[in-house]
Design a protein around this ligand. Structure first.
Ligand SMILES: [Zn+2]
Length: 183
């Protein structure tokens, strides 16, 4: 009898627990929508406050602001600013600039059409930065056109130099002869 009572008590607790779980609204983990920068700009109103996933190349400087940082991410269409923890930004090794291809990163965060926290700018607040592909330095290759131009220009420059030297020499000679009075 005692055992039955205990079992039914347990059942009651389990039942109550199940009811509780179904009643409490679980934080709905809405699937983030993968977006492009153009979509964010064109559909800014519809996407405002929504969770988005975005991917692109880190460009320009990373601006550290206390425990956070601004990272500019270009997906080939536009650059969008992401506000991320400084620790996450530190994972980025290369940022795109002249002769450097920046790291390709992806992040998921909340999209703000006009962020009230950051002066009304369009941004994404994210807690995590995922490095998809490391960046690298690009060798500065002189253009073939420049090389050809240099080859053509060199004899001209040399000829010009010879003329100048000769003129100078004849001028000096003339000076010595006294036909030209040096000032
Ligand atoms: Zn913001």
């Amino acid at each position: 009898m005692r055992l039955i009572k205990t079992v039914s008590k347990i059942n009651l607790v389990v039942a109550a627990f199940i009811v509780l779980i179904s009643v409490i609204p679980m934080p709905a983990k809405a699937k983030a929508k993968t977006v492009t920068s153009t979509e964010m700009i064109e559909e800014a109103t519809a996407l405002d406050g929504k969770s988005v996933s975005y991917q692109g190349e880190v460009v320009g400087d990373i601006l550290y602001r206390g425990d956070h940082a601004w990272v500019s991410i270009n997906d080939g269409e536009n650059a969008v600013s992401a506000y991320v923890p400084a620790m996450e930004a530190k994972k980025i090794k290369y940022t795109g600039r002249y002769c450097v291809t920046g790291d390709t990163v992806s992040l998921t965060g909340t999209f703000h059409r006009a962020c009230t926290e950051h002066g009304g700018d369009l941004d994404i607040h994210s807690n995590k930065v995922k490095i998809i592909k490391g960046g690298y330095a690009v060798k500065d290759k002189s253009s073939p056109a420049f090389l050809i131009a240099s080859i053509i220009m060199f004899p001209c420059a040399l000829a010009g130099l010879i003329i100048v030297i000769r003129k100078k020499a004849s001028y000096n000679k003339a000076c010595r002869k006294g036909s030209i009075i040096r000032r």
